[in-house]
Design a protein around this ligand. Structure first.
Ligand code: SF4
Ligand code: SF4
Length: 133
């Protein structure tokens, strides 16, 4: 288990208020608002911290440059993807996408019922952070 997975597991055990405080503390370090990809729309909606909150489908649709690699949050929280979270999705989503890509079925079998290959209960055990899918 890596740093990010341990953090997610720890947060899952926290009461909501503590989880929010933990995320707010990390969000305070976010430097998205200085980034050339960041938009006026994102500013007006007080968006940022996309590595944990997810992509900005409303406000950001064009990648210019990404400051995430110079931000302290990826190192402190064990993020693996370290760039363009606002357009490509948060860490959890990208890990899950990667997981799904790694288990792509051979061509022609994609329309089969996944329940016949072990069922959703089995699949859930492999989700990052132990979350249900
Ligand atoms: S890694 Fe990127 S999205 Fe995450 S807090 Fe830092 S600047 Fe913001
Ligand atoms: S996620 Fe990266 S590209 Fe997007 S606004 Fe933040 S620093 Fe810029």
């Amino acid at each position: 288990m890596d740093t990010f997975e341990r953090l997610v597991q720890r947060m899952m055990q926290m009461p909501l208020a503590e989880r929010i405080n933990t995320l707010r503390a990390e969000r305070a370090k976010c430097i998205c608002t200085n980034c050339p990809t960041f938009t006026e729309c994102a500013k007006n909606l007080e968006q940022s911290f996309f590595c944990f909150t997810g992509m900005s489908i409303i406000c950001i649709s064009h990648e210019v440059r990404c400051l995430c690699p110079t931000c302290p949050v990826p190192l402190e929280t064990g993020l693996l993807h370290t760039a363009f979270y606002c357009t490509r999705g948060d860490e959890k989503a990208r890990r899950y996408d990667q997981f799904l890509a790694s288990r792509q079925e051979p061509a022609g079998r994609g329309d089969e019922d996944p329940g016949r290959h072990g069922g959703p209960g089995k699949d859930r055990q492999h989700l990052p952070g132990g979350e249900e899918g």
